[in-house]
Design a protein around this ligand. Structure first.
Ligand code: FAD
Ligand code: NAI
Length: 468
C-alpha cells in the first residue's frame, strides 16, 4: 500500500494522458499518470495509429515491389511475403515508441503507476496495481483520459480469430483469402487496404449509401472510385444482421439498410469497424457525481466535468476521436488547470486517411458550407497536372479549396493524393491565421513538389490556375 499526494493525477496513458502529463510536468505541477495496459501510449501507440501505419507502409512497399517497380525499370523477382517479419518490425517500432513515452514521463518528473485507476471521491484515486499492490492517491485535480474501445455489433461477436476488431486485424497470423469489412470508415478502409495489398479479396459492407461519412462528398465519391479500381468491392446501404463461424470461415447474413430480402456473404475473416465508443468502465464516476451522456461520453465545458477538480480529455469526451485532438485537449486542459488560457479550435482539427492515395481535410465540407448559407467559391487542382506527381506516377486525386465568396477567407480544404497527409498542415496554418485563398495563392512554393498543387488550388479560387 503506497500513498501519495499530487497536483494532478491523470487516468489513462494514451495521447491525451501522456501529453497532459508532459505539459503538467513542464509547468511544475506534481503529476502522476495511471495506466492499466502495462505500457504507456494508449490505443494510438499500441493498437491504433502506429501499428496500422507500420502495416500500411510495409504493405504499400510490398505492392509497389510487385506491380510498380518494373514500370520504372527496376526488375526484381516477385516479392514474397514474410508476414512474421512484417509483424515483428511493426511490434519493434511500437515498442520503441512506447519506451520513448516512458522516458518522457521520467524526464518531466511524472510518477507512473502501472495499474487500474478508480476515482474514490473528490480528490481521491485508488490504483489497483498490475503487480497486486494498492496505491491511494490524493490530488487537487483528476484528469480522465481513459479513451475509447471498439463499438460492438450485435449478432457479430468478435473472437479475434475469424471475427476481429481493429486490434485483431493488426495481428492476423495469415493473409485471409477473403476479408469482409463491416463499416466503410477510416479503420475499415485503412486496414482493408493493408490486407488487400497483401493478397486478400476485400468486400466492405456499409450501412449508409456512401463511404467515409464526414468526408466532403465529392472527395468521398472520388475516393470510392479509386478504391474500387484497386480491387475493393463495396456493398453500400447494407447491414449485417448476424454471423455464423465454422471451420470453413464466417457466414454473414446481410439485409438492405432500409429492410428487404436477406442475402448471405462468406469470408475467411470479418473485420468489424463500425466506430468506437468512450471507455469509462470501472472508473468510479458515480463517486464524484459525474454521469456520462447517452452515448457514453463524459459531458464537459472547457474540459471541466460536473465535479469540481475533475477534468476529461480525448476520446472520452465529444469531438473527433483522433490522437492529435486528444493532444490538443491535453495541453489546453493542463494550461487551464495551471491558470493559463488553454484553448482548442475544433474547426481546425485535420483528418487524414492513410490509404494510397491519402485523403486529408480541414475545416468545413462543401455540403456544410452550402448548408450554412454562406456564398462560397471553390478552386480545384488535379495531381494529374502537377509535375512532381506525374514524374512519380502518382497522379490520382486533387486539391480543393473552399473560400468565402465575399471575403476570400478559407473555409475548408480537401485533398486526395500522394502523401496529402503531410500537406494538410499548410492549410491548417493558413486557416489558423484566418487566411484568404489569395494569401496562399501568392505564396511561393518550391518546384517541383506536390505542394504546388495546394497553391494551384488556391489560385483556382482566384481563377489564376496554370492548369494544363
Ligand atoms: P486512448 O489512446 O484510448 O488511451 C486511453 C488509455 O487509458 C488506454 O491505454 C487504457 O488502457 C487506459 N485506461 C482506461 N481506463 C483506465 C483506468 N481506469 N485506469 C488506468 N488506465 C485506464 N488517430 C489519429 O489521429 N491518427 C491515426 O492514424 C489513428 N489511427 C488509428 C488506428 C486504429 C486502428 C485505431 C483503433 C485508432 C486510431 N486513431 C488514430 C485514433 C486514436 O488512437 C485515438 O483517437 C487516441 O488514441 C485517443 O487518445 P486518448 O488518450 O483519448 O485515449
Ligand atoms: P468510423 O466512424 O470512421 O466509421 C464507421 C463506419 O461504419 C461508418 O461509415 C458507419 O456508417 C458504418 N457503420 C456503423 N454501423 C454500421 C453497421 N451496423 N453496419 C455497417 N456499417 C456500419 O469508425 P471506425 O472506422 O471504426 O474508426 C473509429 C475511429 O477511429 C474514427 O472515428 C477515427 O476517428 C479513428 N481512426 C482514425 C484514423 C486516422 O486518423 N487515420 C485511423 C483509424 C481510426
Amino acid at each position: 500500500m503506497a500513498d501519495d499526494n499530487f497536483d494532478v493525477v491523470i487516468i489513462g496513458g494514451g495521447p491525451g494522458g501522456y501529453n497532459a502529463a508532459v505539459r503538467a510536468g513542464q509547468l511544475g505541477l506534481k503529476t502522476a499518470i495511471v495506466e492499466s495496459r502495462g505500457v504507456l501510449g494508449g490505443t494510438c501507440l499500441n493498437v491504433g495509429c502506429m501499428p496500422s501505419k507500420a502495416l500500411l507502409h510495409a504493405s504499400e512497399l510490398f505492392e509497389a515491389a510487385g506491380h510498380e517497380f518494373s514500370t520504372i525499370g527496376i526488375d526484381v523477382p516477385a516479392p514474397k511475403l514474410n508476414l512474421v517479419q512484417m509483424m515483428k518490425a511493426k511490434q519493434d517500432s511500437v515498442t520503441a515508441l512506447t519506451k520513448g513515452v516512458e522516458f518522457l514521463m521520467k524526464k518531466n518528473k511524472v510518477t507512473y503507476y502501472a495499474g487500474f485507476g478508480k476515482i474514490a471521491g473528490p480528490g481521491k484515486v485508488v490504483v489497483a496495481g498490475n503487480d497486486g499492490s494498492t496505491s491511494n492517491l490524493t490530488t487537487k485535480n483528476i484528469v480522465i483520459a481513459t479513451g475509447s474501445e471498439p463499438t460492438p455489433l450485435p449478432g457479430v461477436d468478435v473472437d479475434q480469430k475469424q471475427i476481429v476488431d481493429s486490434t485483431g486485424a493488426l495481428s492476423l497470423s495469415a493473409v485471409p483469402k477473403s476479408l469482409v469489412v463491416v463499416g466503410a470508415g477510416i479503420i475499415g478502409l485503412e486496414l482493408g487496404s493493408v490486407w488487400r495489398r497483401l493478397g486478400a479479396q476485400v468486400t466492405v459492407v456499409e450501412f449508409l449509401d456512401r463511404i467515409t461519412p464526414g468526408m466532403d462528398t465529392e472527395t468521398a465519391t472520388a475516393f470510392q472510385k479509386t478504391l474500387t479500381k484497386q480491387g475493393f468491392t463495396f456493398k453500400l446501404g447494407t447491414k449485417v444482421t448476424s454471423a455464423k463461424t465454422g471451420v470453413k470461415g464466417v457466414e454473414l447474413t446481410l439485409e438492405p439498410a432500409a429492410g428487404g430480402a436477406q442475402e448471405k456473404l462468406s469470408a475467411d475473416v470479418v473485420l468489424v469497424a463500425i466506430g468506437r465508443r468512450p471507455f469509462t468502465k470501472g472508473l468510479g464516476l458515480e463517486s464524484v457525481g459525474v454521469t456520462p451522456d447517452q452515448r457514453g461520453f463524459i459531458p464537459t465545458n472547457h474540459f471541466k466535468t460536473a465535479a469540481p477538480g475533475v477534468w476529461a480529455i480525448g476520446d472520452v469526451i465529444l469531438g473527433p476521436m483522433l490522437a492529435h485532438k486528444a493532444e490538443e485537449d491535453a495541453v489546453a486542459c493542463i494550461e487551464l488547470i495551471a491558470g493559463k488560457a488553454g484553448h482548442v479550435d475544433y474547426n481546425l482539427v485535420p483528418s487524414v486517411v492513410y490509404t494510397s492515395p491519402e485523403v486529408a481535410w480541414v475545416g468545413q465540407t462543401e455540403e456544410q458550407v452550402k448548408a450554412s448559407g454562406v456564398a462560397y467559391k471553390t478552386g480545384k487542382f488535379p495531381f494529374m497536372a502537377n509535375s512532381r506527381a506525374k514524374i512519380n506516377h502518382e497522379t490520382e486525386g486533387f486539391v480543393k479549396f473552399i473560400a468565402d465568396a465575399k471575403t476570400d477567407k478559407v473555409l475548408g480544404v480537401h485533398m486526395m493524393g500522394p502523401q496529402v497527409g503531410e500537406m494538410i498542415g499548410e492549410a491548417c496554418v493558413l486557416m489558423a491565421f484566418g487566411g484568404a485563398s489569395e494569401d496562399l495563392a501568392r505564396t511561393c512554393h518550391p518546384h517541383p513538389t506536390r505542394s504546388e498543387a495546394v497553391r494551384q488550388a488556391a489560385m483556382g479560387v482566384e481563377n489564376w490556375t496554370m492548369q494544363m
